[in-house]
Design a protein around this ligand. Sequence first.
Ligand code: SAH
Length: 228
Amino acid sequence: MLKVKVLTIFPEIFPGFLATSLTGKALKEGLWQLEAINIRNYAFDKHGSVDDTPCGGGAGMIMRPDVLGEAIEQNYRGGKIIYMSPKGQPLTQKTVHRLAKESDLMIVCGRFEGVDERVIEEYNIEEISIGDYILTGGEQAAMIMLDAVVRLLPGVLGNSESIQNESFEQNLLEYPQYTRPIKWKNRSVPEILLSGHHENVAKWQHEQALQITKIRRPDLLEKNLDSQ
Ligand code: SAH
């Protein structure tokens, strides 16, 4: 069972959308646990200060290492510590699979201009980015990452076969999907999908996946060849 502790100055953001749908059902069923810890509770003054101005000048505020360190140390019970950061390794489905195998995750959510670098060094923290753009805080990034991770936990998805052919699973984007009605606005579902011939259908879907990946994400295809 995955136990997640999130360190944040906005604990009220959690569980947010993670309480809905598959991730919410899994949370209720105890397939994973989520605890949001307020970093301000570990501040040393009565105002609950967690940030200070950057050394060397510059815009914004930086999260203090002493307060954040205290919050980490008082709550850490083993496992990986992750800092959501635009400077981190970009999150991929491969990383999501790796994290889904963990039993304890502690996730640090930054605010302001981020955290004091020494915290990352001191606790050997892994930095993960959810993309090349800047958010107002790590909470949103943590929730997106957790959504992807929880989805892969045993018992969360009804049909675990459905994971295998999804986009990114084989460094391929997914083939186009169709449902009824067979004819809609003069557009028909490709005939091969109605043939009932599983082998031909699978072949067609693989070809489509290759084609769409070649056009939209050739970078994935290069990875695919590398891994063969
Ligand atoms: N000054 C920083 C950005 C700070 S944004 C820089 O230039 O790198 C404030 C916080 O939002 C960060 O500490 C981080 O926790 C979170 N954040 C912003 N963008 C993110 C992204 N793309 N992925 C993950 N976390 C992000």
